[in-house]
Design a protein around this ligand. Structure first.
Ligand SMILES: [Zn+2]
Length: 295
């Protein structure tokens, strides 16, 4: 059996898989974000409960493919640590670690909506914007593990004639106008405030748009306009043919359908079937991605 885990800022979801990718045992515990000894203990307890021959982890944060070091602002006890090496030494087991967005895409490519596609470009529309590129069943990690991350780099600039016409928000990466600032659930809320001067959460906006609320509909339409072109451009550049969507906005079926229409309208080669689609594996995608990565 193989022990697989999906490590997030709130929970560690650990499961034991058999060789046919079936989950035989599963446990969810709070992530001890600031306590390395407790972090190791969460895995040591699982290894004791379920005898296994290797451990595979999908984690929030970048994973440098060369040094193995993790960069994770939300989980300080693994930030800057060569997680696979250190956990392997503590557990006396081989340990593999991948980024959780990459794991999501790997899972959807292998067992979800990306099956049969040579290149899968998956996107996470959650608190922020994330993504990953999988080519022929392999994660394209890129330098520093940044492969598939499409949320940063300035895409929105203030108009030279009407400075407040475009929402040039500061980004957590230190730049301004990154796609991350308008492309996520928080971004949708920022756009709504910018357009209409009122606060609403992303669920209220997406449901309002589906119910015919004109303001919410305008926000969703602008959101799809702003990020749809970027997604189409990426699909041209990397020759990916399917975009599984994860994160909270993946549940907003109306928004995803509108985004898909916007992306397909921008594709140079017409496609008759949906390209941007919600992932199929739900909250097991990270675990399954860890399983596939550890093969
Ligand atoms: Zn940024």
């Amino acid at each position: 059996m193989r022990l697989c885990a999906d490590v997030g800022g709130s929970f560690i979801d650990i499961a034991a898989f058999d060789g046919d990718a079936r989950i035989l045992w599963r446990r969810k515990t709070a992530t001890p974000v600031g306590d390395w000894a407790a972090f190791v203990a969460a895995f040591a307890d699982a290894v004791q409960a379920v005898p296994c021959d290797s451990v595979s982890i999908a984690t929030a944060g970048l994973v440098d493919p060369t040094s193995g070091k993790v960069t994770s602002a939300n989980i300080p006890c693994i930030d800057g640590r060569a997680l696979a090496r250190d956990l392997s030494a503590a557990l006396a087991q081989p340990v593999r670690v991948v980024n959780d967005a990459d794991a999501f895409v790997l899972a959807e490519a292998a067992m979800g909506v990306g099956q049969g596609h040579e290149r899968v470009f998956g996107i996470i529309l959650g608190t922020g914007v994330g993504g990953g590129l999988v080519e022929r069943g392999r994660i394209v990690s890129g330098a520093g593990g940044i492969g598939g991350e499409w949320g940063h780099g300035q895409v929105i600039h203030a108009s030279p004639v009407a400075a407040n016409a475009m929402p040039v928000f500061p980004c957590g990466c230190g730049r301004h106008g990154c796609l991350d600032t308008i492309g996520s659930a928080r971004g949708l809320e920022r756009l709504h405030r910018f357009l209409h001067g009122v606060d609403a959460d992303s669920i209220a906006i997406t449901r309002g748009a589906e119910a015919g609320n004109a303001k919410a509909y305008a926000t969703v339409a602008w959101f799809c306009d702003l990020i749809g072109g970027s997604i189409a451009m990426l699909l041209h550049a990397v020759s990916a043919t399917i975009v599984p969507v994860g994160g909270g906005l993946a549940n907003a079926t109306g928004l995803i359908a509108a985004l898909d229409a916007r992306v397909r309208a921008n594709l140079l080669t017409p496609v008759a079937t949906p390209v941007v689609v919600p992932g199929r594996l739900g909250d097991e995608a990270g675990l399954i991605g860890a399983f596939v990565a550890g093969k």
